[in-house]
Design a protein around this ligand. Structure first.
Ligand SMILES: [Zn+2]
Ligand SMILES: [Zn+2]
Length: 362
């Protein structure tokens, strides 16, 4: 909900429109018309991750930082003076990147909030300087907190302030998370998805919302009193007999299946895409997919593919070869990182990298 008085600051993640709406709300509270609000442009400020937007009206200058900071100042009255005010705010954001989250939150929680602030879908995508205390070993826990912070929000997109407020209420999310939380990369979109040994191919919440039956209609599964799956069409609430019978659905055109879980929930699992080991190009594409995924989940450069990636694989077991490749890539990334970070425990680093790629590898 936008705050009509502007007292809570602009919406996060910050946009030019959101910053202007905040400035207009502050102006309205002082009886100043929106037409009097104008932007103060300082080169580079709007584009920098530690930057933001500045607006002025009457005798006031308003600065909204992408880090969630916001301030109402007296307008110095000329361009060099305004520039100075903005530069000071910019400098502070660059030096002290996450002022919004309460100081008592741990590194994992602050890193997850930084991901929301920057509008990226993984903590791994937050620049390392902006997530102090979260290296490879802490990354799985921070990704789990990010997933949980998105899950409580009806649209999966809380603002930093909403997420920080949720952290105040959710005691379990304020603790130091386990190093091996139940998450994995979504098999469809690579976002952070829930994982369990029983349901290792579960898609993320965003993808699950796009589940369609063979009729092409959005469906939702639930478990009835007899502990069996019932799939209903979201448009009119009617039961989809086909999906209820077999569970077959699709997620963004991927074949998938709805499954009732033991705890009475329903999970959407993407079906594996079979790779033919005799098809060299298909094997190479699958290998490249794996390196891309590793880069995305760790935020680190991909190691080169080993020579044996190109095959031939006479035994025809594509899965086994891709598994070996995954282990090799995990070792490479973990070794390179450990060499640069001598204080980290190499075993813990390797486990974390494996866990990020696929918990069954760890
Ligand atoms: Zn997904
Ligand atoms: Zn249907």
């Amino acid at each position: 909900m936008p705050d009509p008085t502007g007292t809570a600051g602009p919406e996060q993640p910050l946009t030019r429109g959101g910053a202007r709406a905040w400035a207009v709300a502050v102006a309205a509270r002082r009886g100043v018309d929106a037409s009097e609000v104008s932007e103060v442009v300082v080169d580079g400020y709007a584009d920098d991750p530690a930057g933001g937007y500045a607006f002025r009206f009457g005798r006031l200058l308003l600065v909204a930082g992408r880090d969630g900071s916001h301030a109402v100042r007296v307008d110095p009255g000329d361009e060099p003076g305004r520039r100075d005010v903005v530069l000071r705010a910019w400098e502070r954001s660059a030096r002290d990147p996450v002022p919004v989250p309460p100081r008592h939150l741990g590194a994992h929680q602050r890193a997850a909030l930084a991901a929301l602030r920057l509008g990226v879908r993984r903590v791994a995508a937050v620049p390392v300087q902006q997530r102090p205390g979260v290296g490879l070993v802490e990354l799985p826990g921070a990704e789990w907190i990010l997933m949980m912070l998105r899950q409580f929000h009806p649209l999966g997109a809380p603002t930093v302030l909403q997420a920080a407020a949720h952290l105040e209420e959710a005691e379990a999310l304020r603790r130091v998370p386990a190093p091996d939380p139940p998450i994995h990369p979504c098999p469809v979109c690579r976002g952070v998805a829930p994982w369990s040994r029983a349901h290792p191919r579960t898609v993320c919440r965003d993808c699950a919302r796009t589940t369609r039956c063979d009729h092409g209609r959005l469906v939702e599964g639930r478990v009835d009193a007899g502990a069996t799956l019932v799939a209903t069409h979201q448009d009119d609430g009617s039961t989809c007999e086909d999906t209820t019978a077999g569970g077959a659905v699709s997620v963004a055109a991927w074949p998938a299946v709805l499954t009732a879980t033991r705890s009475g929930g329903v999970v959407v699992q993407a079906s594996p895409r079979p790779v033919n080991a005799a098809d060299d190009l298909a094997m190479l594409a699958a290998a490249r997919d794996l390196t891309e995924l590793l880069t995305e989940v760790t935020g680190l450069a991909a190691p080169p593919l080993p020579a044996w990636t190109a095959g031939p694989f006479d035994d025809g077991d594509a899965e086994e070869h891709l598994w070996r490749l995954a282990e090799h890539l995990v070792d490479e990334v973990a070794d390179a990182w450990s060499a640069d970070h001598r204080t980290a425990d190499p075993d813990a680093v390797r486990r974390a990298v494996a866990h990020l790629l696929d918990p069954s590898l760890a």
